[in-house]
Design a protein around this ligand. Structure first.
Ligand code: IPE
Ligand code: IPE
Ligand code: MG
Length: 252
């Protein structure tokens, strides 16, 4: 699905079709309560449930959650193992509920780094939810924006070897279909919880014209009300895509 914001001016609707979230602040949420960081990750799973439900209710079509970055392997081994266990548990326990809610699950990232059992669970969950149409929930796991652009470039060149000797012919339309989330439009709204104002190697290509919303709320505290706040802020933005404000007024 090509909805490139740099090639065409996208339609602007009141509710974003695609929301992408960096779920940050689990560790600090726990530390503030004198709990181990891992307790924050466990509570973070509850916030995921709330936000999936709220997005489905609001008519969001695509929700993308950054669960584990390609740089998160640098964390202590114990924390990485706990995050993997939570991922396995969620895949084992939550898929029935996702089916009831009409949620299609996709997992994007360099999945080769995960163990066989986790990869099997991912494949099975994707297959079981493939026909659902209410909301597409994408979990970015061992995902990195730079990895995505590079893997897309490699796949494109494998499919079109002639481009290697004609690099000037490469344009967005040729690369787009090989990006990990080629099935989704570009996100209209990006949310990062936890107070940091950075992209941390999330969807660097796809966020070119996305509205960026940052909140101090830690991820385990995020809920439908916080999401409404982000949507209200989104509605207040003037999305110009390179044009002037006056041009937008003329159009109305
Ligand atoms: C986000 O919360 C979850 C993951 C990166 C897996 P953090 O664990 O980064 O929480 P803080 O930023 O340390 O508070
Ligand atoms: C980004 O959060 C990754 C996820 C939420 C999965 P981090 O907590 O890892 O980001 P940095 O290290 O603060 O940039
Ligand atoms: Mg963090």
């Amino acid at each position: 699905m090509s909805t490139s914001s740099t090639r065409i001016i996208p339609n602007v609707s009141d509710t974003p079709r695609h929301v992408a979230i960096i779920m940050d602040g689990n560790g600090r949420w726990a530390t503030k309560r004198l709990l181990p960081r891992t307790a924050g990750h466990a509570r973070g799973v509850q916030a995921v449930r709330r936000v999936v439900e709220a997005c489905a209710r609001q008519g969001v079509e695509y929700l993308t959650l950054f669960a584990f970055s390609s740089e998160n392997w640098r964390r202590p081994q114990q924390e990485v193992s706990l995050l993997m266990r939570l991922f396995v548990q969620a895949l084992e326990k939550e898929v029935d509920k996702l089916i009831k809610q009409g949620v299609r699950l996709r997992v994007v990232g360099d999945l080769g780094a995960f163990d066989e059992h986790l990869r099997d669970l991912i494949r099975a969950a994707e297959a079981r939810t493939v026909h659902n149409t209410t909301l597409t929930l994408t979990i970015a796991a061992n995902y990195g924006g730079r990895w995505d652009v590079l893997q897309a470039m490699q796949k494109m060149l494998r499919a079109h070897p002639e481009l290697a000797t004609a690099p000037g012919d490469i344009d967005e339309t040729l690369l787009d279909p090989y990006l990990a989330m080629a099935y989704a439009p570009e996100p209209e709204l990006f949310i990062r919880t936890g107070g940091e104002q950075r992209i941390s190697n999330f969807l660097i290509w796809q966020l070119a014209y996305t509205e960026l919303y940052f909140t101090d709320c830690f991820w385990p505290d995020f809920n439908a009300k916080e999401l409404d706040r982000a949507f209200a802020w989104y509605r207040s933005r003037e999305r110009r895509f390179g044009r002037t404000s006056a041009q937008l007024t003329e159009q109305e």
